[in-house]
Design a binder for this molecule. Structure first.
Ligand code: LLP
Length: 426
């Protein structure tokens, strides 16, 4: 259930709190994560897997979607696994108490320091991204006299229907070991015969904001075909993350049961076909777990009308806290907090306060005519906004709250960019 209550297009409460009161107490731009929605999302995926897959499984949250130390502590309590893609993400999740055996490390160009740390900590796996990296990991582990567990990330040559910037499974992708030129098989053979790494699984990630479960089935078939060709029974199969969420009101809600059922059944079918034991399935959702749990809240400042009849309303945030419209032409909906029933509804462009024309949150939406001082909320703001936020124009990154059934916790205080050591050159 969504605990963001929307009545006739107006959000009034989230997690039992008044958004207007929160905005006035903590200021805007303000980001809010709702504990109930997040916990429900996690439980839903967990139960779907438990109901459809007879083998072991794990949910590894893709921390690039949103991470902070207080949030990582919630994840530690949930006992989720976690996917990190940098040494800083790794350090934060360790600090939060997530054990190394539940962490795997991604990246198409991991540094020596990252690989060294991952080996030293004995994390669950280093997800090796290329033949070159396989040799690099072996070289480092030999020096350390250790044998780390690795998975190989395979690029199955599957092009998915999503924005080009977040497609990763096609043959020309910078990620993973391609199947088309024999490198995938070669890497498996090398990994299996290596005395410096222990190959435990295969991974693939097709892209992000996907809704076609058949593509996951195709990818899993390709992974098992590789295992068959190399006469190998993998301990782990990870079909990555990527299941999408509806961002705008009116777009169809695409339930992740299609996704989970496709993964679970395809893995079982492959194991039956090749007469091998069921591996552990590890899925890596990011967006699906956090996007809908987050809401961004802004105050309206300047407004103006255009000769085209459009109404422009500028808010106090924009591309610094949400670069997704500028980067991916991402679409959002917005609602006005409080009563605006007596206003005419006008075609509105919701823009940010930063110095470029690409700084728009919503290119066009019909809204009650906004005025200075109004508060607007943008639902489905929990994924890849704060994690990709910047200090453009030396913006202070927003305050972030965690709301748990009416209880408010400040997870991240509003930043003061002009006092940050980095900008001060200290
Ligand atoms: N696993 C791997 C290896 C990934 O690279 C990603 C996302 C995920 C899992 C999680 O994907 P998700 O379930 O969140 O779709 N900044 C873009 C999204 C980039 C996704 C990068 N990789 C956006 O704002 O749409």
């Amino acid at each position: 259930p969504d605990t963001v209550e929307i009545h006739n297009g107006h959000i009034s409460h989230i997690g039992g709190c008044s958004l207007k009161e929160l905005a006035s107490k903590y200021g805007t731009p303000l980001y809010i994560y709702d504990a109930v929605t997040f916990a429900w999302n996690y439980r839903y995926l967990h139960d779907l897997l438990a109901d459809t897959y007879p083998g072991n499984f794990d949910i590894a949250y893709a921390s690039k979607a949103y991470l902070s130390l207080p949030f990582a502590r919630k994840l530690a309590n949930l006992e989720t696994s976690i996917d990190v893609a940098s040494i800083s993400e790794l350090e934060i999740v360790l600090k939060a108490g997530i054990p190394p055996c539940r962490i795997h490390l991604h990246g198409n160009n991991k540094s020596e320091a990252e690989i060294h740390k991952a080996i030293d900590l004995q994390i669950e796996s280093i997800v090796v991204d290329s033949l070159d990296e396989l040799h690099f990991v072996e070289e480092i582990s030999r020096k350390m006299n250790r044998i780390p567990a690795i998975w190989l990330r395979i690029t199955p040559d599957i092009t998915v229907d999503t924005h080009k910037a977040v497609q990763t499974g096609h043959s020309a992708s910078k990620f993973g070991i391609p199947v088309g030129n024999g490198e995938a098989e070669e890497a498996i053979k090398l990994g299996l015969s290596s005395d410096a790494v222990r190959l435990t699984g295969l991974h693939t990630h097709l892209g992000s904001q996907l809704f076609d479960s058949d593509r996951y089935s195709e990818a899993i078939n390709i992974l098992f075909n590789l295992c068959h060709k190399t006469d190998w029974q993998p301990e782990i199969i990870s079909p990555g993350g990527g299941w999408g969420v509806p961002y705008t009101t009116g777009s169809p809600d695409t339930d992740p049961s299609d996704w989970i059922v496709a993964i679970s059944h395809t893995v079982q079918n492959c194991c039956e076909k090749y007469q091998i034991k069921l591996p552990k399935i590890i899925i890596e959702p990011g967006r699906w777990l956090v996007a809908k749990a987050g809401v961004s809240i802004y105050s309206v400042g300047s407004t103006k009308s255009l000769p085209t009849g459009e109404w422009i309303a500028a808010v106090d945030g924009g591309m610094s806290d949400n670069p997704r419209p500028a980067l991916y032409d991402a679409h959002y909906s917005a609602v006005v907090i409080g009563n605006s029933a007596d206003r005419p509804v006008v075609p509105t462009r919701l823009v940010g306060r930063f110095c470029e024309s690409g700084d728009e949150l919503i290119h066009q939406i019909d809204l009650p005519r906004l005025e200075r001082g109004d508060i607007v909320a943008i639902p489905v703001s929990g994924a890849y906004q704060l994690s990709m936020s910047s200090n453009y124009n030396l913006a202070d990154r927003p305050c972030v709250l965690w709301l748990d059934n009416g209880k408010v916790e400040v997870m991240q205080k509003r930043e003061k960019a002009s006092q940050s050591n980095w900008w001060l050159g200290e």
